[in-house]
Write a protein that binds this ligand. Structure first.
Ligand code: PMP
Length: 337
């Protein structure tokens, strides 16, 4: 019989799938470099963050920071929350997430569905106010038995990618990968995968994709709408020496490309995936122009599009910000026939 003893055993070993027509290569995808997407939404919690959740928790158990019956406290409402909630439940820890009141009810309900508690803090108070997001999470994390993973500073975040994501990509491409493309939030993914790949072959190009406005691409932290990537500060988990290049991507391009991935590659993925894949397409087009059709580009797609149905996959929401759906004229024709 083939089965896993726990969903935790199903984390990682995600597949690579070839991208085709969205690359818009002149002579068809067959003649350009091979572009492979690593599909992280196939993790049991639905994102790449399952990997760091397991690794951070196991390391805290080993060091004694997290004891049996302990409580995990993290100020997050996103993918890391889901990963932590899933691992915490299976391992028998209490889990409390602190999030600002602007976080959608759907996101809070996902965390609660796994059995986590969610504390909602008002956005309209100053950071020094006792009810602020920062103060509430610090207060909860200082209770006896509480442990805060702190994904922005925890070395086990990049380490999980050095130990799993990087080696998987190397093995899956039989060492033939030439370019790795990835978005950056905490920077854990690019730092861990990038370091591992460069240790195997220093010629591998590590390319970051970043929302226009974020510090990673030289911005000042001005707002952008794509979620989960880009920062207004430099996290400890980001290795500043790892990226050979950072490609800046606008919200408009990220969202239009996210829609194209769903419509043309049947990959229903999130906005940071559209952003990273847009950068990978850019790289593939440059490589094609240089005649380097033997290149193997791997782009990491962090999560699923299910969490963005009322935003990126909602025409009215896109139109409200002046964005287009990115539908290709030929795709529309097929629909009309
Ligand atoms: N995309 C999404 C949707 C995310 O939630 C994250 C994590 N913040 C990232 C990309 C970036 O990954 P990392 O934190 O490893 O840089």
């Amino acid at each position: 019989m083939q089965y896993a003893n726990s969903v935790l055993d199903l984390i990682g070993n995600t597949p690579l799938v070839r991208l085709g027509r969205t690359l818009d290569l002149q002579d068809g995808a067959g003649d350009g470099p091979l572009v492979l997407a690593k599909v992280e939404y196939l993790n049991p919690g639905g994102s790449v963050k399952d990997r760091i959740a397991t690794r951070m928790i196991e390391a805290a158990e080993a060091s004694g920071e997290l004891q049996p019956g302990g409580t995990i406290v993290e100020p997050t409402s996103g993918n890391t929350g889901v990963g932590l909630a899933m691992v915490a439940q299976q391992k028998g820890y209490r889990c409390i997430f602190v999030c600002p009141d602007k976080v959608s009810e759907d996101k809070r309900n996902v965390l609660k569905a796994y059995g986590a508690e969610v504390v909602v803090c008002p956005t309209a108070v100053a950071p020094e106010h006792p009810d602020s997001y920062y103060n509430v999470s610090d207060r909860l994390a200082s209770q006896p038995g509480a442990w805060k993973p702190n994904q922005y500073a925890n070395p086990h975040n990049p380490r999980s990618h050095y130990e799993t994501t990087g080696p998987e990509i190397w093995a899956q491409t039989e060492g033939r990968i030439t370019h790795f493309v990835c978005g950056m939030g905490t920077g854990g993914t690019i730092s861990g995968v990038g370091r591992y790949l460069k240790e195997q072959n220093p010629d591998i190009q590590v390319i970051g994709a970043d929302p226009a406005g974020s510090v990673y691409s030289g911005g000042t932290g001005r707002p952008y709408l794509v979620e989960g990537v880009g920062e207004d500060f430099w996290p400890d988990t980001y290795d500043r020496g790892v990226a050979d290049r950072v490609i800046e991507v606008s919200d408009a391009d990220s969202f239009a490309f996210t829609r194209r991935l769903a419509r043309e590659e049947a990959l229903l993925v999130g906005g940071s995936c559209g952003m990273a894949a847009w950068a990978a397409r850019q790289v593939a087009q440059e490589l094609t122009a240089e005649g380097r059709t033997d290149a193997v580009v791997v782009v990491l797609l962090p999560d699923s599009g299910r969490g963005y149905l009322t935003k990126i996959f909602n025409d009215e929401w896109l139109a409200q910000y002046g964005f287009t759906t990115g539908a290709q004229p030929d795709a529309r024709t097929v629909g009309e026939v």
